[in-house]
Ligand binder design. Sequence first.
Ligand code: BTN
Length: 261
Amino acid sequence: MTIRWPAEAIWEQVAPLLPGFTVEILPQIDSTNTELMRRARTGRPEPILLVAERQTAGRGRLGRDWQSDTDAGMATLTFSLGLPLQPADWSGLSLAVGLAVVQSLHPALQLKWPNDVWLDDRKLAGILIETTSAGDLRYAVIGIGVNLQARAADGLRTPPAALVEVLPAADAPSTLEAILLPLVRAVLAFEQQGFGALRNAFHARDLLYGREVVCTDGTTGTARGVDAGGALLVHTAGGLQKISSAEVSVRPVPTDPPRER
Ligand code: BTN
């Protein structure tokens, strides 16, 4: 089935903000993040939106895979935004990106630190941000995968959430168009102002706030939001701990018995 992507509409919205911006839609690639990192490292650090209808080697945070559905382009939206970026301080970029995604899609979506998008205590979307140097500049690749339709658990503890649960008409083109301009604006605002001003907005969407959490570095306690640099604050038996490492993953301790599904 041919997907009608809103490439021109997106280009018209974004090009005034990102001179030289292009939009590229591919039927298949290993990973949109891998491809943009390859291009930047071989001298093509251009502002670009790269969308793939199917990824054969999608990547997630912490070296994990990101599984797309076999029903290419229908059940998941996968894309990367690549652009040169020079913020004074990079900390909190991933939170600012996650915030732009949830705010552009639906009020019921929440963020699980640092930038997973959750709905109803299940993961809905993932974000992978990578950077590389390109001459004197740094080039950022912001990769986003959104589950649109219900998917099998595929070895996950619980099946992922799907955007159609809250937006029944959601499809890949409309979801991409809803996210892109707010995302670009958020990244450019972050470049100028950093994360600090977004702290309250993050707290309004913070899935972990006030919940018992377990971190893979052994920290356990009650999540207390984030600091001005986007570090997770956890109230532990030994006092307030800051978790800022991208290598640490956090999960909420379930409060209710698992739902029957
Ligand atoms: C995560 O949840 O760990 C992050 C998942 C990020 C997936 C997206 S899909 C588009 C882009 N290309 C990739 O290979 N990964 C990101």
